[in-house]
Design a protein around this ligand. Sequence first.
Ligand SMILES: [Zn+2]
Length: 531
Amino acid sequence: MDRCRLIVGLVLIVASAGFSQDAPANPEALALDAKLIAEAKDHSEIMKNLQYLSDIVGPRLTGSANLRQANDWTASVMKSYGLSNVRLEPWEIPLGWERGTASMKLVDPDNGRSLTVAAAGWTPGTKGKITGPVVILNAKTREDFAKYKGKLKDAIVLRGEPAKVAPITDLTYGPPADPKAKQPEKKTDDKEKKADDKEQPKEPKPVEKKQSIQELQAFRRELSDFLRAEGAAVLLTDSAKPHNLLVTTGTWRGTDRANASEPLPALFVAHEHFALLHRLATRPAPAVTKVEVEITNKFIPGPVTVYNTVGEIPGEKADEFVTIGAHLDSWDLAQGTTDNGTGSCVVLETARVIAKSGVKPKRTIRFVLFTGEEQGLFGSKAYVKRHADEMPKTSVALVHDTGTGKVLGFGLQGREAIKPIMDRELISLKSLGFTGVTLRGSGGTDHLSFEDVGVPGFACNQDMDEYRLTHHTPSDTFDKAKEPNLIQGAQVLAVSLVRVANLPDLLPRQKPGNPKKESGPAPRETTTEKK
Ligand SMILES: [Zn+2]
C-alpha cells in the first residue's frame, strides 16, 4: 500500500475518531506507524519461521533437545534481523522429563477396547503393565479423603465427575470470555418460577469460596500424597475437550520439596472414554470395571540448565526498556504451533519490522522468548529475577500467548492511569481491527511475572479462533496457523512498542488494582484456559 495514502488515511481516522484526547496527532509518529504496518504486511517472514519451528524443530518441552535447538535457532534469527546483544540466558529446572508411551484398555467388561490417553507432564511410568479396578474419587477437600481410606489399593482412580463439555461451536472464535461478564439469565417460564418461589423458601446457597491457585496446587499435592499412601496405582483426569481431543499439562513444581513423594502416574483421558469409565464404574455391585495400563515416561536427573532467548534494539536511553515476550516452550502432543509457536514468531517478526524501519527508539526495546512457561511461568520469573535492577525502568511488558487469533486489545490489569495514554497512542491500530485496551486482567501467562514485581505487564487480548481446541492437544499443528491474523499481531505489537518506547516518560505505575491473577499452571478443575 502506497505509504503516503496510508499516512493520510491514518490522519483522517485520527481526526474522525476524535480520538486524540487533546494531544494533536503527531504526523511523524503516524508516519512511522504507517511504515511499520506496511513492512509487516509486505515482507512478512512469520509463516516461514513458524513452519520451520513447527515442522523442523517440532514440540519443545522444557529441558528437551528440541527446545535447545529452538533457542539456538531463534538467536540466529534475531542476529540476522540486526538485533544487538543477542544471547541465551541460562536458568535451571530441578528435574527433566521425557514422555514415553501410554496405553489403557478395558479388561472388565472384557471387550478389549483401547482408550485414548496421554500422560500428564512430569509424572512417572507404571513399571510395566498393571491391571486394577476403576474407582471414582469425588474429593474436593482433604476432609473428603477419609471416605476413601482403605478402598484404593491398586486402584485406577477416576477423578471426579465427567466434565460438561461445550459444543465445538461455543469453543471457537470471538474475544476471550470475560470472567466478569454477566452470564445470560437462565430463562425459566413464569409459571415454573412462581411455583418455585412459592413452594420452598430460598435457602441462600452456600457461596463456594473460589480456591486460589496456590490452594488448588497444595490440594493437588496432598491428594497425590494421599493416593500414594493408600496404594492407588494411577490417577485419571478428564481432558474435558470435545470429539476425543486429548490435553496434557503438568509441572515439576513441588518435586523438589523436601521428602516429596514421587507423584502418582497420571493420565489425561479423552472425555468420551472418561465418561464411559464413569458410567461403567457407577454400575451397582457386584459389577466391577477393570483396566490395564502401561506408561513408560522417564525423569532426567536435575538440575537441568535451560535458556531464554534474548535480543534488543538499543535506545537513546539504553537503560530504560519496553519489553515484548512469548514462550518458546510447548507441550508435546503435537507441534506446539499455536501454543506458542505463533507468539514466538510474532515476537521475531516484530523485531524484524522495527529493526527494518531503522527507527532509533528513545528506550531500548527488548525481545524475549521465555521457556518453562507451561510448567508455571518459570522462565519469565527467572528473567525478571535476573534483570531485577532493570525492572524499575521497564515501562511495559507485552505478551502474545493466545494462538493464531487477531490481537483485539491489551488487558491493562486494572491500571486506569495507563488507559488514556494507550488510547491516544494506539490510534493507528483501529484500522487493523484492534478494538482497544481494556482495564481487564487476565491470567495464565508470562505478563504476570512482570506484574508481580510492579511492572505493567499486559497480555494480548486475542480472538480465540480455535485456541481452545488446539492448545495442549494433538491438534496443535502448523495447518492451524492463520497468516493474516499473525501479520496483524506483528503490526499491532510493532506500533505499540515503538509508541511506548518513544513516550516522554515511563508509563505510570499505580499499585495494580484488581483483578490480579496468580501464576502457574491452573489445576485441572479450574480451567483448561491455561495458556
Ligand atoms: Zn501458552
